[in-house]
Design a protein around this ligand. Structure first.
Ligand SMILES: Cc1cc2nc3c(=O)[nH]c(=O)nc-3n(C[C@H](O)[C@H](O)[C@H](O)COP(=O)(O)O)c2cc1C
Length: 363
């Protein structure tokens, strides 16, 4: 039965719809945080702890949500965060995500562990696309992958550095998570079937995986910078010193994220880490943010604390599972509309006007 998307008002409603349509294992894979999922919960709670204070009698008859990112103007500051294996959620996988991005006018950051090749994904996109890179133990393979990304027309490289080893995702393990037939790491196909399946465990230990390098250091960021003309954004930064190091080693952007609470549990909520990183970066580079964005007011808060733009993960995954490309587009549209409403009601007409004066402090 088709869902009447115009009657879905909040992005959270898509989660229940997705659960109704997905096999349990896919729903649990998307929902999972690591261990006790404290960080995943706190990512959401951190937004509720911040109160806003509006300004009134401001002419808000024109509201501009546009932002510049790496030389390109985006009509609104919402990107689709990289989430692996979308064929778990929809038969067309990442092709349905880009179709949603096309409808919404949103940039998708497709994942190294996508279930559709980066070339096929790029061919289907009418929007600027970014690529999320996991550095592979085989650095030559990684360099070749980056060349493929450039040749396919991607506009930025997001290098994820916050999962050098696996974490205990008990929710996934309890659900018996394994990649079903027909869902694979197709971007790694050149490496042979064992590597693609990730069957091999280096050192025979569960903490390691053969498909992500455990020895990534800042030197790898330098090497990547030398190997590509694309802007390099480092994803998974929570400590201000790491923001400094990322910039010193050539990063063009800093991406504040705790992987949606999926890497190590009881890590601070991503939002709480944002202001100190913004202060450290000092406007020298764009600062991207993800983790727990579910409302337009959440976007206002992240931007008010200094993020240049935000990305959403689970919300678009749920939209895709519930209603395919149209579901992804509806999620973006809801957030975009809520963002505009919040800006108007707070008396702010541009993204530049979203600053720390938005917040009510009781002490
Ligand atoms: C199902 C799923 C798969 C993910 N896969 C990746 C991935 O392959 N690479 C990556 O950098 N982040 C991955 N992430 C993390 C997201 O990019 C993002 O950081 C996180 O989902 C943001 O939090 P939110 O879900 O609360 O919006 C994944 C997240 C989910 C939910």
């Amino acid at each position: 039965m088709d869902t009447d998307l115009s009657r879905i008002w909040c992005v959270d409603e898509f989660e229940e719809l997705a659960r109704q349509r997905l096999p349990r294992v896919a729903a649990e894979y998307a929902a999972a945080g690591v261990a006790d999922e404290a960080t995943a919960r706190e990512n959401l709670a951190a937004f509720a702890r911040l109160s806003l204070v509006p300004r009134v009698c401001v002419d808000v008859s024109r509201i501009d949500t546009g932002v510049m990112l790496f030389g390109r103007r985006h009509q609104f500051p919402i990107l689709l965060a990289p989430c692996s294996y979308q064929k778990l959620n929809h038969p067309d996988g990442e092709l349905a995500v880009v179709a949603g991005g096309n409808l919404a006018g949103a940039t998708f950051i497709t994942a190294t562990f996508a279930s559709v090749t980066l070339e096929d994904t790029a061919a289907a996109s009418q929007q600027p696309l970014w690529f999320q890179l996991y550095i592979h133990p085989d650095r030559e393979f990684t360099r070749d992958l980056v060349k493929r990304v450039e040749n396919a027309g991607y506009e930025a490289l997001v290098v994820t550095v916050d999962v050098p080893v696996n974490g205990p995702r008990y929710r996934e393990l309890r659900a018996g998570f394994a990649l079903p037939l027909g869902v694979g790491r197709v971007n790694l196909a050149g490496l042979g079937s064992d590597a693609v399946a990730g069957a091999h465990r280096p050192h025979g230990r569960d903490i390691y995986t053969a498909v992500r390098a455990a020895d990534v250091t800042w030197r790898d960021i330098e090497l990547l910078k030398a190997a590509t003309r694309l802007p390099v954004i480092v994803k998974g930064i929570l400590h201000p010193d790491d923001a400094t190091l990322a910039m010193q080693h050539g990063a063009d952007g800093v991406y504040v994220s705790n992987h949606g609470g999926r890497s190590v549990d009881t890590v601070a909520p991503a939002l709480d880490c944002l202001p100190r990183i913004v202060d450290r970066v000092g406007g020298a580079r764009p600062v991207l943010y993800d983790g727990g964005i579910r409302r337009g007011t959440d976007i206002v808060k992240a931007l008010g604390l200094g993020a240049t733009a935000v990305a959403i993960g689970r919300p678009w995954v749920h939209g895709l599972a519930a209603a395919g490309a149209a579901g992804v587009a509806r999620v973006v549209e809801i957030l975009r509309t809520e963002l505009e409403m919040a800006m108007g009601l707070l008396g702010r007409t541009s993204i530049a006007a979203l600053d720390r004066s938005l917040f009510w402090r009781t002490s």
